[in-house]
Design a protein around this ligand. Structure first.
Ligand SMILES: Cc1cc2nc3c(=O)[nH]c(=O)nc-3n(C[C@H](O)[C@H](O)[C@H](O)COP(=O)(O)OP(=O)(O)OC[C@H]3O[C@@H](n4cnc5c(N)ncnc54)[C@H](O)[C@@H]3O)c2cc1C
Length: 397
């Protein structure tokens, strides 16, 4: 994709990667910021289940929300790997906070991919500055994995479209200023895959409402909203690309947003590994640290191996996607599949290493285990990632 003009590029040839000096500096700076400013808030964000507006401001002030945006719109113009490094470091201490950047990128990608020059100029500068937030609304009650089954309708009326319908499970749906809404403009175009169109909807338009907020297992500070559109009018100028482009835009978005979820997963796994390792070093049973017990050592070693393997696949996938090396949908699905499963296993083992203390909220690993689960579910479940990978293999066989 050429939507961004990377200022911080991966040293890459044929999609292989080596982190550049700039990337290492950025990674370390985000890590320090996360440790000092976000980690102390993480347990409270989880407990109160309130969107951390202070963290959003922090990420905006430090230009972290600007990373995915081209420089001409006030962004930093980094490549995909650099964005993922930032999501990983934030998620290492707080998965909800890592998602603020991941969702800003997810929502902005349809504009970056399919927006006209005017549309980009209209929306991207405020998004890059973190003055506005954007959400991505594809899922509906009856259209989850089967995204083509979207029922929300958009009907052309003069220079406007009128949108009616509802969306379910929309991250940041209740705090966003803009929502990219996927709606059926041609319900008869089932076979051609051109049923859907994508619209940027300002959430202060009459007819937009938040009808419910979910009570969740994890990422509890990230509001997950049900949205309703009732006779909502948007000008045709808010249509992204052409009428019927919506499904294609959504799929191309996932090719670049799924690595962000893999980065969230790697960050969560790394955070849990660090807590478990420190605990194993300090906790004594039978007169010595449990870290001296081989069964604990084996768990720590497996956790490290799984986390590092997922990380290396993620970085490789980012470089390959950026370099156009192979099928981007396959790379995106591979890294999300492996990282999501690694995060779930590693956090579950981290709880085991801490014993009973892993099960109570005095330590972060129980939160991390709850947070890890979502990485196996959203932006396509693990089953859907496998379908994407297998289809890619068979297509190219
Ligand atoms: C916290 C949270 C945040 C989210 N954020 C967003 C967002 O910002 N924007 C957005 O649009 N959506 C969002 N989602 C929706 C999410 O992407 C969907 O929940 C997900 O894609 C799965 O859809 P579903 O829940 O309807 O499950 P279903 O599609 O009903 O799946 C149920 C089960 O069946 C399996 N399954 C379904 N189809 C197949 C198949 N063909 N082959 C094999 N197995 C299959 C699934 O893997 C799963 O195990 C969010 C969801 C959650 C929980």
């Amino acid at each position: 994709m050429t939507a961004t003009t990377p200022a911080t590029k991966t040293t890459s040839s044929s999609g292989l990667y080596r982190l550049s000096e700039e990337q290492l500096m950025l990674r370390d700076a985000v890590r320090v910021l996360a440790d000092e400013r976000i980690a102390p808030r993480a347990a409270e964000i989880d407990r109160t289940a309130e969107f951390p507006e202070d963290v959003r401001q922090l990420l905006a002030t430090h230009d972290i929300l600007a990373l995915p945006f081209p420089e001409q719109y006030g962004g930093v113009g980094t490549d995909l790997l650099t964005v993922c490094l930032a999501i990983e470091q934030i998620s290492r201490v707080c998965a909800t906070s890592g998602l603020i950047l991941a969702v800003q990128e997810l929502g902005a990608l349809p504009v970056l991919i399919a927006g006209s020059a005017d549309q980009k100029q209209r929306w991207l500068p405020d998004l890059a500055a973190g003055r506005t937030l954007i959400a991505f609304a594809l899922t509906e009650a009856e259209a989850g994995s089967d995204a083509r089954a979207v029922r929300t309708r958009a009907v052309r009326d003069g220079d406007d479209y009128v949108i009616d319908g509802a969306k379910r499970f929309i991250s940041h749906g209740s705090v966003a200023d803009l929502v990219v809404v996927f709606a059926a403009t041609d319900p008869s175009a089932e076979k051609t895959g051109r049923r859907l169109s994508a619209f940027v909807v300002e959430t202060d338009r009459p007819g937009f409402s938040v009808t419910r907020l979910e009570h969740k297992m994890g990422i509890r500070g990230s509001p997950t909203a049900e949205l309703a559109f009732t006779g909502l009018r948007v000008p045709a100028a808010n249509l992204l690309g052409e009428d019927g482009d919506g499904f294609g835009i959504a799929m191309r978005t996932f090719e670049r947003s799924r690595p962000g979820i893999a980065a969230q997963a790697v960050g969560i796994a790394q955070g849990a590994l660090e807590v478990a390792t420190r605990y194993a070093r300090d906790r004594k049973q039978f007169g010595r640290p449990i870290g001296g017990l081989q069964m604990i050592q084996a768990m720590l070693a497996d956790m490290d191996a799984q986390t590092e393997a997922a990380r290396q696949l993620l970085y490789r996938a980012c470089a390959a996607i950026e370099a156009g090396d192979g099928d981007p949908a396959r790379w995106a699905a591979l890294c999300k599949l492996v990282a999501g499963d690694a995060a779930m296993r590693v956090t579950t083992d981290a709880v085991q290493v801490l014993g009973g203390y892993g099960y109570i909220d005095e330590f972060a690993v129980e939160r991390m285990m709850r947070d890890a689960k979502i990485t196996q579910l959203y932006e396509g479940t693990q089953q859907i990632q496998r379908l994407v990978i297998a289809r890619s293999l068979l297509r190219h066989a």
